[in-house]
Design a protein around this ligand. Structure first.
Ligand code: GLU
Length: 414
């Protein structure tokens, strides 16, 4: 059975690129009906950041990337690692120096593997690999040792990780050989780059999944977008659900070229996802998103207009945050200038005489056109004085939702 792991070091809040590694492992596990485990690699005590682990868990939880079994912490397994370090000392593979235990690869021996992503043979000569520490003087093992011991003991069949770990792989292969263990398949994912072709970082707008969530991105779009960062199942349809991706994911279809993180594409995909969500699903997401926003909660609880508002708003939203901008009566509101006040008064007089009691979408638009022409007032200004906002749903739609009172109130400056 296939068994993979996501093995983050809790040294910071992971950005979207780091979370992609978890997703690819998850997809691979699900595609092969295997297991996906989470192991916290926290042996580098100086670099551990307190909030990092909780963020990692929150991200996996929110995205719905369920893991199998309990989360393992390497810091709780020190005795185990020491035993294996002793074995390497006994075998004279490792030596002690300055209180730490070191390993050096034999020179002129080749360490190679067929990479699960590139499908290519990658090889290193032992003499080109730096001597490395496996146990530090503080009694904690290093990544290299703990990672290999755990992958073996946990029965990991495939190690899917970022390309930046390629240079560690010969060290790991050597350790497997010294212990007499069969190494897993190694598959290295191409590193994500920013638009300037340097390694993706916060500088490129790469934030954590939790930040994107707070900005109104939906998990469907984030999962979909992360998968497209390096994976292309072929075909024209880029919109895929998690279930669809699990079905079609293979390492062969992972590109060897470095994907470029493009926030515009993520925004676009988020809009696509929002448009395709069923209204009840979208409503649930909005309720969660606007948990503390009284005005939006009221909008979402009005049974008569809710459906219409969702229908109208969803065609124009790119993020859940846009919902408020579109439908709020208060958001972005500013006071009218004296001039705008005057225009509002004139417009109110005209609308009342043109439309009397019967405000239809058509008659409203006709009257506004006349106002625009005769008084030479831009539609931008007209929109503003009717709604009190610079942008939002089209006027005809606002009329359908809020009726004429909404406009009259604004024109009167109430
Ligand atoms: N702890 C390593 C990390 O932070 C894991 C690398 C690996 O998957 O082997 O990414």
């Amino acid at each position: 059975m296939i068994k993979v792991r996501f093995a983050p070091s809790p040294t910071g809040i992971p950005h979207i690129g780091n979370t992609r590694t978890a997703l690819f492992n998850y997809l691979y596990a699900k595609h092969n009906r295997g297991e996906f485990i989470v192991r916290i690699e926290d042996t580098d005590r100086k670099r551990v950041v307190k909030e990092a682990e909780q963020a990692i868990i929150d991200i996996l939880d929110w995205l719905g990337l369920e893991w199998d079994g309990e989360i393992v912490h390497q810091s709780e397994r020190l005795d185990l690692y020491k035993k294996y370090v002793q074995e390497l000392l006994d075998k004279k593979v490792a030596h002690e120096r300055e209180g730490a235990v070191w390993v050096r690869l034999p020179e002129n021996k080749v360490y190679e593997w067929i990479d699960g992503v590139a499908g290519k043979k990658i090889s290193f000569n032992g003499k080109d690999v730096d001597e490395f520490v496996i146990l530090k003087s503080d009694g904690f093992p290093t990544y290299h040792l703990a990672n290999v011991v755990d992958d073996h003991l946990m029965g990991i069949t495939d190690v899917i990780r970022g390309e930046e770990w390629i240079s560690s792989t010969p060290k790991h292969l050597y350790l497997y050989a010294c212990f007499g263990w069969k190494p897993p398949v190694f598959a290295h994912l191409p590193v994500i780059l920013g638009t300037d072709k340097s390694k993706l970082s916060k500088r490129h707008g790469a934030k954590s999944i939790l930040d994107y969530r707070d900005e109104g991105y939906v998990k469907e779009a984030l999962l979909n977008y992360m998968a497209l960062l390096g994976w292309n199942p072929g075909g024209d349809n880029e919109q895929m659900s998690l279930a669809q991706m699990c079905k079609s994911f293979t390492l062969e279809k992972v590109n060897t070229a470095n994907p470029i993180f493009d926030i515009k594409k993520l925004q676009w995909l988020n809009g696509v996802w929002i448009r395709t969500l069923k209204n009840d699903v979208l409503e649930k997401k909005l309720l969660e998103y606007y948990l503390k926003n009284k005005e939006m909660l009221t909008v979402l609880s009005n049974k008569t207009t809710k459906g219409l508002i969702l229908d109208l708003a969803k065609t124009r939203m790119r993020t859940l945050a846009d919902f408020e901008k579109l439908v709020s009566e208060k958001q972005l509101k500013r006071k009218y200038t004296k001039e705008e006040r005057g225009i509002a008064e004139q417009l109110l007089v005209q609308l009342e005489s043109d439309l009397s009691d019967e405000w239809t979408e058509e008659s409203l638009i006709d009257s506004l056109r006349k106002f625009n022409k005769e008084k030479n007032i831009s539609f931008k200004t007209i929109y503003f004085i009717l709604t009190g906002k610079e942008q939002g749903l089209p006027l005809g739609e606002l009329l359908r939702i809020y009726h004429k009172d909404f406009f009259i109130k604004n024109l009167k400056g109430e």
